[in-house]
Design a protein around this ligand. Structure first.
Ligand SMILES: Cc1ncc(COP(=O)(O)O)c(C=O)c1O
Length: 500
């Protein structure tokens, strides 16, 4: 990295502004904390003083040309991108902008069926037509992994008019699809690749992680800097590679959803997190990787626990693994992941990142020390030692076939709908998604036809007390469906050009 990465232009501009002792007759109304003494006393006056927004000398987020432009240029360099845009609405905002930037209403986008719900938001706002690909499933851990280059190529053969390929890389559990080959395939068809890199903000800063989305050749990547680098919650970045896409159009779309009052606490934290990762990332992540390797080595030996480990690499959909994510299958203890999570929280004062039916996910980050990691390892060893070990297999049956698509997600979202008993909904167009965990792949998405096979499958999962999500009705007795007659009539009117 260049020497200039030592700088933090936005943070420095804020420091200059505060050092000048300007009398603030501008928002925010608390005026550097003076108007909200209780919060200022708790957070400290400096944090409140830094709570500024766009002002002369501090640049503006819509058309940056001063300190923010410089900070974003450094971030682009650090990530090997042509452009970087700072986001204050998480990666969610970046994902929606990516989809809107490439798809007009009705245009196709190839994406994994288990994409994060922010991608559904992008489909609804853009009006795009998803061509869903089934991700691969690791049945031992009950998790969906990635999509394969072969499936992407088949989809591009079948849909040469697709406007983009959307990839989740890596997934929540740290498994990474073969992004370099997916990019190579998509670019052969002249199609850009958009990456949900929410869980890979650190990849660019150590060679022992899988390559970052930009290093793999992606065209756009939305990166949750706040998840695994040091920036504050909600702060993310959108990275752009010029060529198949025009950065000015991407920025114009981003500006549609971006607040006019971005928090400079969040923006400065992005500037500093980039500086830290670019200048000290190698050293910091070497330590993280050592701590992770230590905990893996101990937990691998522990009877009753199974780690998502190197042997998973090379299976379809899992080209690489983020070693800093510790995924522990606890079914060998006779516990579900949820039960183990509750015990760790209440007996050991430890909160995991995620629990599912089979597993716990624990993150080792730049915030850890040998002491914190030792405490985590000991809690898990202790938990394993006091359980009567019996091998329990929880239910993860093969998924039903993908249902036929009747309407776009946007039409399903805006269409007139009604609520019907789920048991009687076969043949209806769903206005909601139903997702079963494991493996976290939607059985039906908005706009798809509910088949009897899906309804029967949901009933079986309910009996098994599996984790079902997505419906407004938490008991899963009823489902919101499109008023089919009204919907079909509107389609006919649209096609024949008749009014009404
Ligand atoms: C795979 C994936 N994509 C996108 C997001 C959204 O990221 P953010 O919370 O930064 O909006 C998440 C959040 O957890 C996620 O898990």
């Amino acid at each position: 990295m260049t020497k200039v990465q030592e700088r933090a232009p936005l943070f420095e501009a804020v420091q200059r502004y505060l050092a000048e002792g300007i009398l603030p007759f501008h928002v925010p109304g608390h005026k550097q904390g003076r108007g909200i003494p209780e919060l200022t006393a708790y957070l400290g006056p400096r944090a409140l003083a830094m709570d500024l927004t766009c002002l002369p000398g501090l640049d503006n987020i819509f058309n940056p040309h001063e300190a923010l432009a410089e900070a974003q240029a450094l971030a682009a360099e650090a990530y090997g991108a042509d452009y970087a845009y700072f986001l204050v609405n998480g990666t969610t905002g970046g994902i929606q902008a990516m989809i809107m930037a490439v798809c007009q209403p009705g245009e196709k986008i190839i994406m994994p069926r288990n994409a994060h719900k922010s991608a559904l938001g992008g489909l609804i706002t853009s009006g795009a037509r998803p061509i869903y690909l089934h991700p691969e499933v690791n049945t031992e851990f009950g998790i969906s992994t990635g999509i394969t280059p072969e499936r992407v190529e088949e989809a591009l053969e079948e849909h040469p008019d697709a406007k983009a390929v959307f990839v989740v890389y890596p997934n929540y559990y740290g498994t990474a699809a073969d992004l370099p080959r997916i990019v190579e395939v998509a670019h052969r068809y002249g199609v850009p690749v958009l990456v949900d890199e929410a869980h890979g903000a650190h990849f660019a800063f150590h060679p022992d992680f899988p390559p970052s989305a930009m290093a793999a050749g992606a065209d756009l990547a939305a990166v949750s800097t706040h998840k695994l680098l040091g920036s504050l919650t909600q702060s993310s970045m959108l990275l752009v590679r010029e060529g198949l896409l025009d950065h000015r159009h991407v920025k114009a779309v981003l500006n549609l959803g971006q607040t006019t009052s971005p928090s400079y606490l969040l923006l400065c934290s992005l500037d500093l997190a980039r500086k830290q990762a670019a200048t000290r990332g190698r050293e910091l992540f070497s330590r993280v990787l050592d701590l992770a390797e230590y905990s893996r080595a101990v937990l691998r030996q522990q009877e009753g626990l199974r780690l998502l480990d190197r042997e998973s690499v090379g299976r379809p959909g899992c080209w690489a693994l983020d070693p800093s994510k510790i995924v522990v299958n606890v079914t060998g203890l006779g516990l579900s992941g949820y039960e183990a999570e509750a015990i760790l929280r209440h007996r050991y004062g430890l909160q995991v990142e995620l629990a599912d039916l089979y597993n716990l996910l624990l993150l080792i980050t730049i915030g850890d020390t040998p002491e914190t990691v030792e405490a985590m390892v000991q809690a898990l060893q202790d938990l394993a030692a006091v359980r009567v070990c019996r091998n329990v297999r929880k239910y993860c049956p093969p998924l039903p076939a993908l249902p036929p698509v009747a309407a776009l997600p946007r039409e399903a979202f805006y269409g007139e709908s009604r609520v019907v008993p789920l048991a009687e909904a076969a043949g209806e167009i769903s206005a909601e998604a139903i997702t079963a965990y494991p493996p976290g792949i939607p059985l039906v998405c908005p706009g798809e036809l509910l088949t009897q096979e899906i309804i029967d499958y949901v009933q079986v999962l309910k009996q098994e007390k599996a984790d079902l999500q997505g419906l407004e009705d938490p008991t899963f007795q009823t489902i919101r469906v499109l008023r089919k007659v009204a919907y079909l009539e509107s389609q006919v009117r649209a096609q024949t050009g008749t009014g009404g």
